[in-house]
Design a protein around this ligand. Sequence first.
Ligand SMILES: Cc1ncc(COP(=O)(O)O)c(C=O)c1O
Length: 389
Amino acid sequence: MTHNNPFEVARIDVNAGIDIEAMRSVISRSFTYTITAPTDEMYAYAIHSSLGDDVYEEASTKILEAHMATLFGKEAAIFVASGTMSNQLALRAHLFQPPHSILCDVRSHIHCYEAGGAAYHSQATVIPVIPSNSHHLTLDDVKKYIVTETDIHFSTTKVVALENTLNGTIFPQDEIIKIAEYCKSIDVRMHLDGARIWHVAAETGIPLDILCSPFDSISCCFSKGLGAPVGSCLLGSKALIARARGLRKLFGGGMRQIGFLAGCAAFALSNHFKLLPDVHDLARKLEQGLRNLGAQILVPAETCMVFYDPKPLGLDYLEISERAAALPLPIKAGGSRLVVHIQTSTQTVDDFLDLLKTMMAEKGILGVTNGHREVDYTNIYVRVKKTED
Ligand SMILES: Cc1ncc(COP(=O)(O)O)c(C=O)c1O
């Protein structure tokens, strides 16, 4: 009988055949969402983080959490694995006894992309509301759909969950304040999915603690606009975060030696947050270029994304995606949403606009074809194929 050496069999080299420089080029030419990669500088900083076990609250993560709580003007914070976990922990921590409901925008991540987590974890009904102004929920929208009565046919709303940015658009702060005052008056909690709240602060100049003061809980992500590899933070009162800490363990989300991840998040916060104004400028350049060609802009670039429809150019998403992928230096552009991030190169924007121009010329379409049509704002996110949300 032959025996393999178990240690030899277990050996693996996950770096075999991986070309990091080629990957960085792909990242810089991809209009997709969470693609940013850690830099050498980020790794070099993070390697000095503490080596403790975070189930017992390790040092670097604690420093990050305390800093975040101060920055956001809340009593406490907890570092968690993902934005989905952070949102779901918040909802679960707010909600006690079903039947109960959560009111949110019909396009929100909590409603669309969290695998039915509100029902699964919190036994909550979601009330998805279409914003009457096609941009953001208003106090009137909330009042119209919120369930406050003790009618036995309905589940009472216990949480209003807003998202800022949503599809890259900025929720006006005065409307948030109005909704929050109303919610407070009827004892309804306010949660913010602020995965991309950094963009709001960068664009409006309003400090994070002011933006977040109307909310009882906030989830924000280090792994989206800021470009850390992993991690989100949930912020709120001491009692809420203590409850979330217990629930995180229950969800299997207690993490061990994550000082390194806290280090990456801290580096991103210190060094990448300030890059966002340039990101927004580049997104606006992309939007303007699309407009100049005659594309229909479905959602303008208020921060880092633009949604467009190429039909007025005589083109469709699939052919654009295929031609972009076939360029000598390929570009990834999947559908209606184009996301600009801290590692998108200006050249990519120029090359993409040039490609559209070339494709139009090939079809003999030279100018604007004035294809303005009504937009269904609840259904603007068209994907060529199902990719990351
Ligand atoms: C607004 C918003 N909230 C939450 C999430 C979830 O974050 P994660 O992918 O880390 O679970 C995302 C992710 O794309 C998001 O865009």
